[in-house]
Write a protein of this length. Structure first.
Length: 156
């Protein structure tokens, strides 16, 4: 339990650091950092429940996507502001490193295995964000505004 809390704290701090690096507005930094902690917490919980890291990546990025869309609607900000920072703890950097390490070491089978796992993780992250974005638009957040006659047309 203590280790999980430490990991959540590190995820929050790392997200905050990347938010600063990405020049997120300071007023939105706490919300983005909380999203990073949510991402890592959802990943840990999903991995513990399912045992599948790929499903955990999908579930965690889905949680981040829903969180970002909700906060964007609530605070009247773009969702990408929260997604870019909050997704940082999920980026499979270790998988990319080990893929290159094994490739440079000449171990093609381990490089291919690590590369495939990394691609699955990245696909899970992209899929989770896409499903969350689509679901939020369909369900509640981005309902299209009714068009008014003549709106957007130029008359000369």
């Amino acid at each position: 339990m203590t280790e999980a809390l430490a990991q959540l704290a590190w995820a929050l701090l790392a997200t905050c650091g990347f938010g600063l690096l990405f020049r997120a507005p300071l007023r939105d930094l706490p919300v983005a950092a909380l999203g990073g902690a949510l991402a890592w917490g959802a990943f840990l919980a999903s991995k513990a429940l399912t045992g599948s890291p790929n499903l955990a990546y999908f579930a965690a990025s889905f949680a981040v996507g829903v969180y970002a869309e909700f906060m964007a609607a609530l605070l009247k900000r773009p969702a990408t502001l929260f997604i870019l920072s909050a997704i940082i703890p999920l980026v499979p950097g270790g998988g990319m490193y080990y893929t290159m390490f094994h490739a440079v070491s000449g171990d093609a089978s381990r490089a291919a295995s690590a590369g495939f796992d990394t691609i699955l993780a990245a696909g899970g992250i992209a899929g989770g964000l896409a499903v969350a974005s689509a679901a939020s638009r369909i369900l509640w957040l981005k309902k299209p505004r009714p068009r008014t006659p003549g709106h957007g047309r130029r008359t000369t």
